[in-house]
Design a protein around this ligand. Structure first.
Ligand code: PGA
Length: 251
Protein backbone atom coordinates (compact mmCIF):
# COMPACT_ATOMS: atom_id res chain seq x y z
CA UNK A 1 0.00 0.00 0.00
CA UNK A 2 1.35 3.41 -0.93
CA UNK A 3 1.43 6.19 1.63
CA UNK A 4 -1.35 8.77 1.13
CA UNK A 5 0.00 12.25 1.73
CA UNK A 6 -1.44 15.75 1.92
CA UNK A 7 1.31 18.36 2.14
CA UNK A 8 0.81 22.08 2.71
CA UNK A 9 3.41 24.30 1.06
CA UNK A 10 2.92 27.67 2.74
CA UNK A 11 5.57 29.34 0.55
CA UNK A 12 6.52 32.84 1.81
CA UNK A 13 3.36 33.36 3.88
CA UNK A 14 2.48 33.60 7.59
CA UNK A 15 4.15 35.11 10.63
CA UNK A 16 5.15 33.08 13.66
CA UNK A 17 1.83 33.67 15.42
CA UNK A 18 -0.20 32.83 12.27
CA UNK A 19 1.88 29.70 11.83
CA UNK A 20 1.15 28.49 15.35
CA UNK A 21 -2.56 29.26 15.01
CA UNK A 22 -2.81 27.46 11.67
CA UNK A 23 -1.09 24.30 12.90
CA UNK A 24 -3.13 24.23 16.10
CA UNK A 25 -6.38 24.73 14.17
CA UNK A 26 -5.52 21.85 11.82
CA UNK A 27 -4.44 19.57 14.68
CA UNK A 28 -7.68 20.18 16.54
CA UNK A 29 -10.00 19.32 13.65
CA UNK A 30 -8.08 16.90 11.42
CA UNK A 31 -8.14 13.16 12.00
CA UNK A 32 -4.82 11.95 13.40
CA UNK A 33 -5.01 8.70 11.50
CA UNK A 34 -1.93 7.03 10.12
CA UNK A 35 -3.78 6.28 6.86
CA UNK A 36 -3.05 9.83 5.63
CA UNK A 37 0.23 11.60 6.35
CA UNK A 38 -0.20 15.36 6.73
CA UNK A 39 2.90 17.52 6.29
CA UNK A 40 3.35 21.24 6.97
CA UNK A 41 5.99 23.13 4.98
CA UNK A 42 6.29 26.47 6.83
CA UNK A 43 8.85 29.19 6.14
CA UNK A 44 12.23 28.20 7.56
CA UNK A 45 12.16 30.34 10.77
CA UNK A 46 9.09 28.44 12.04
CA UNK A 47 10.28 24.95 11.17
CA UNK A 48 11.46 24.12 14.70
CA UNK A 49 8.24 25.38 16.25
CA UNK A 50 6.02 23.50 13.78
CA UNK A 51 8.09 20.33 14.26
CA UNK A 52 7.54 20.59 18.03
CA UNK A 53 3.80 21.14 17.58
CA UNK A 54 3.42 17.93 15.55
CA UNK A 55 5.69 15.85 17.76
CA UNK A 56 3.83 13.00 19.41
CA UNK A 57 1.10 12.83 16.76
CA UNK A 58 0.89 9.71 14.65
CA UNK A 59 0.27 11.27 11.24
CA UNK A 60 1.56 14.87 11.15
CA UNK A 61 5.05 15.91 10.11
CA UNK A 62 7.00 19.04 9.25
CA UNK A 63 9.27 19.75 6.33
CA UNK A 64 11.37 22.49 4.74
CA UNK A 65 10.59 24.13 1.40
CA UNK A 66 14.19 23.88 0.26
CA UNK A 67 17.70 22.90 1.35
CA UNK A 68 21.16 23.67 0.05
CA UNK A 69 23.10 21.08 -1.93
CA UNK A 70 26.32 21.52 0.09
CA UNK A 71 26.87 19.88 3.46
CA UNK A 72 27.76 23.20 5.15
CA UNK A 73 29.84 26.27 4.52
CA UNK A 74 29.92 29.87 3.34
CA UNK A 75 26.49 30.16 1.73
CA UNK A 76 24.93 33.18 3.41
CA UNK A 77 21.18 32.93 3.74
CA UNK A 78 20.98 29.23 2.89
CA UNK A 79 19.96 26.26 5.07
CA UNK A 80 21.62 22.86 5.16
CA UNK A 81 19.84 19.53 5.26
CA UNK A 82 21.63 18.87 8.57
CA UNK A 83 20.14 22.04 10.10
CA UNK A 84 16.68 21.10 8.83
CA UNK A 85 16.90 17.60 10.26
CA UNK A 86 18.12 18.99 13.60
CA UNK A 87 14.89 21.05 13.87
CA UNK A 88 12.89 17.82 13.96
CA UNK A 89 11.67 17.98 10.37
CA UNK A 90 11.24 14.82 8.30
CA UNK A 91 10.73 16.07 4.73
CA UNK A 92 12.16 18.59 2.30
CA UNK A 93 10.75 19.89 -0.99
CA UNK A 94 13.26 19.69 -3.81
CA UNK A 95 12.87 21.29 -7.23
CA UNK A 96 9.65 23.22 -6.75
CA UNK A 97 9.00 25.11 -9.99
CA UNK A 98 9.36 28.45 -8.19
CA UNK A 99 12.87 27.42 -7.14
CA UNK A 100 13.66 26.31 -10.69
CA UNK A 101 12.23 29.52 -12.17
CA UNK A 102 13.26 32.30 -9.76
CA UNK A 103 16.41 30.79 -8.29
CA UNK A 104 17.58 29.06 -11.48
CA UNK A 105 18.03 25.69 -9.79
CA UNK A 106 19.05 23.05 -12.29
CA UNK A 107 18.67 19.28 -12.39
CA UNK A 108 22.29 18.67 -11.32
CA UNK A 109 21.88 20.82 -8.18
CA UNK A 110 18.54 19.15 -7.46
CA UNK A 111 20.19 15.75 -7.71
CA UNK A 112 22.74 16.87 -5.10
CA UNK A 113 19.98 18.26 -2.87
CA UNK A 114 18.18 14.92 -2.98
CA UNK A 115 21.37 13.12 -1.97
CA UNK A 116 22.02 15.63 0.80
CA UNK A 117 18.49 15.29 2.17
CA UNK A 118 18.66 11.49 2.16
CA UNK A 119 22.08 11.69 3.84
CA UNK A 120 20.37 13.40 6.79
CA UNK A 121 17.40 11.02 6.94
CA UNK A 122 15.03 13.54 5.37
CA UNK A 123 12.56 12.31 2.74
CA UNK A 124 12.78 14.51 -0.35
CA UNK A 125 9.58 15.36 -2.17
CA UNK A 126 10.92 15.85 -5.67
CA UNK A 127 8.76 18.22 -7.74
CA UNK A 128 8.45 17.82 -11.50
CA UNK A 129 6.23 19.66 -13.95
CA UNK A 130 6.00 21.13 -17.43
CA UNK A 131 5.44 24.73 -18.53
CA UNK A 132 2.30 25.68 -20.43
CA UNK A 133 4.17 25.91 -23.76
CA UNK A 134 5.54 22.40 -23.20
CA UNK A 135 2.02 21.08 -22.62
CA UNK A 136 0.70 22.87 -25.68
CA UNK A 137 3.44 21.56 -27.94
CA UNK A 138 2.99 18.02 -26.53
CA UNK A 139 6.51 17.78 -25.07
CA UNK A 140 5.31 17.22 -21.52
CA UNK A 141 6.14 13.54 -21.22
CA UNK A 142 9.71 14.18 -22.37
CA UNK A 143 10.11 17.07 -19.92
CA UNK A 144 8.99 14.98 -16.96
CA UNK A 145 11.05 11.95 -18.01
CA UNK A 146 14.17 14.14 -18.22
CA UNK A 147 13.53 15.71 -14.81
CA UNK A 148 13.22 12.22 -13.30
CA UNK A 149 16.24 10.84 -15.11
CA UNK A 150 18.49 13.81 -14.34
CA UNK A 151 17.82 14.21 -10.62
CA UNK A 152 16.23 11.05 -9.22
CA UNK A 153 17.13 7.97 -11.23
CA UNK A 154 20.74 7.84 -10.02
CA UNK A 155 19.38 6.58 -6.68
CA UNK A 156 19.55 2.97 -5.61
CA UNK A 157 16.36 1.01 -5.08
CA UNK A 158 16.48 1.42 -1.30
CA UNK A 159 17.13 5.17 -1.59
CA UNK A 160 14.39 5.88 -4.13
CA UNK A 161 11.93 4.13 -1.83
CA UNK A 162 12.54 6.93 0.69
CA UNK A 163 11.46 9.61 -1.77
CA UNK A 164 8.11 11.05 -2.83
CA UNK A 165 7.37 12.61 -6.24
CA UNK A 166 5.05 15.58 -6.78
CA UNK A 167 3.71 16.25 -10.26
CA UNK A 168 2.97 19.96 -10.46
CA UNK A 169 2.18 21.30 -13.92
CA UNK A 170 3.60 24.84 -13.81
CA UNK A 171 0.56 26.24 -15.62
CA UNK A 172 -1.67 25.01 -12.77
CA UNK A 173 0.28 26.47 -9.84
CA UNK A 174 -1.49 29.40 -8.23
CA UNK A 175 -3.56 29.98 -11.37
CA UNK A 176 -6.83 28.27 -10.52
CA UNK A 177 -6.30 26.15 -13.67
CA UNK A 178 -6.27 22.69 -12.11
CA UNK A 179 -5.30 19.72 -14.26
CA UNK A 180 -8.36 17.59 -14.97
CA UNK A 181 -8.39 14.21 -13.23
CA UNK A 182 -7.72 12.64 -16.65
CA UNK A 183 -4.68 14.84 -17.25
CA UNK A 184 -3.37 14.14 -13.73
CA UNK A 185 -3.94 10.39 -14.00
CA UNK A 186 -2.29 10.26 -17.44
CA UNK A 187 0.89 11.87 -16.12
CA UNK A 188 0.91 9.97 -12.83
CA UNK A 189 0.58 6.69 -14.75
CA UNK A 190 3.45 7.81 -16.98
CA UNK A 191 5.62 8.55 -13.91
CA UNK A 192 4.71 5.14 -12.47
CA UNK A 193 5.70 3.54 -15.77
CA UNK A 194 9.04 5.39 -15.79
CA UNK A 195 9.65 4.15 -12.22
CA UNK A 196 8.70 0.62 -13.27
CA UNK A 197 11.10 0.66 -16.23
CA UNK A 198 13.92 1.86 -14.00
CA UNK A 199 13.29 0.02 -10.71
CA UNK A 200 10.73 -2.69 -11.42
CA UNK A 201 7.08 -2.85 -10.57
CA UNK A 202 7.43 -3.75 -6.89
CA UNK A 203 9.40 -0.56 -6.18
CA UNK A 204 7.26 1.62 -8.49
CA UNK A 205 4.10 0.53 -6.70
CA UNK A 206 5.47 1.72 -3.36
CA UNK A 207 6.41 5.30 -4.29
CA UNK A 208 3.80 7.98 -3.59
CA UNK A 209 3.15 10.44 -6.42
CA UNK A 210 1.32 13.62 -5.35
CA UNK A 211 -0.55 16.07 -7.53
CA UNK A 212 -0.04 19.84 -7.07
CA UNK A 213 -1.41 22.90 -8.80
CA UNK A 214 -4.63 24.64 -7.70
CA UNK A 215 -5.74 21.57 -5.77
CA UNK A 216 -8.40 22.69 -3.30
CA UNK A 217 -11.21 21.55 -1.00
CA UNK A 218 -13.59 21.31 -3.97
CA UNK A 219 -11.53 19.33 -6.46
CA UNK A 220 -9.33 17.19 -4.18
CA UNK A 221 -11.76 14.29 -4.00
CA UNK A 222 -11.91 13.64 -7.73
CA UNK A 223 -8.16 14.08 -8.12
CA UNK A 224 -7.39 11.72 -5.22
CA UNK A 225 -9.80 9.16 -6.67
CA UNK A 226 -7.41 8.63 -9.62
CA UNK A 227 -5.60 5.30 -9.17
CA UNK A 228 -2.09 6.75 -9.46
CA UNK A 229 -2.69 9.97 -7.49
CA UNK A 230 -1.59 9.37 -3.90
CA UNK A 231 -2.41 12.78 -2.48
CA UNK A 232 -1.59 16.43 -3.01
CA UNK A 233 0.96 19.17 -2.58
CA UNK A 234 -1.22 22.12 -1.69
CA UNK A 235 -0.21 25.78 -1.90
CA UNK A 236 -2.89 28.46 -1.50
CA UNK A 237 -5.52 26.20 0.06
CA UNK A 238 -3.09 25.00 2.75
CA UNK A 239 -3.08 28.48 4.28
CA UNK A 240 -6.68 28.07 5.48
CA UNK A 241 -7.07 25.44 8.20
CA UNK A 242 -10.61 24.42 7.22
CA UNK A 243 -9.65 23.90 3.57
CA UNK A 244 -6.50 21.94 4.40
CA UNK A 245 -8.47 19.68 6.74
CA UNK A 246 -11.14 19.09 4.07
CA UNK A 247 -8.44 18.18 1.57
CA UNK A 248 -6.85 15.78 4.07
CA UNK A 249 -10.25 14.11 4.45
CA UNK A 250 -10.78 13.79 0.68
CA UNK A 251 -9.61 10.19 0.22
P1 PGA B 1 -1.17 26.09 -5.43
O1 PGA B 1 0.38 25.77 -5.26
O2 PGA B 1 -1.95 25.02 -4.72
O3 PGA B 1 -1.36 27.44 -4.81
O4 PGA B 1 -1.46 26.09 -6.91
C1 PGA B 1 0.86 24.45 -5.28
C2 PGA B 1 2.35 24.43 -5.10
O5 PGA B 1 3.02 25.33 -5.60
O6 PGA B 1 2.91 23.53 -4.44
Amino acid sequence: MRKKIVAGNWKMNKTQEDAKNLVEAVLSSCKDEAAVTKIFFPPMPFLGMVSSLVQGTSSFSAGAQNCHYAESGAFTGETSAAAIASCGASYVLVGHSERRQYFLENDEQLKQKIDRALGHSLSPIYCVGEQLAERNNHHYFTVIKNQLQNSLFHLSESAVLRTVIAYEPVWAIGTGLTATPDQAQEMHAFIRLALTEKYGIAVAQKISVLYGGSCNAKNAKELFACPDVDGGLIGGASLIAEDFVKIAHSF
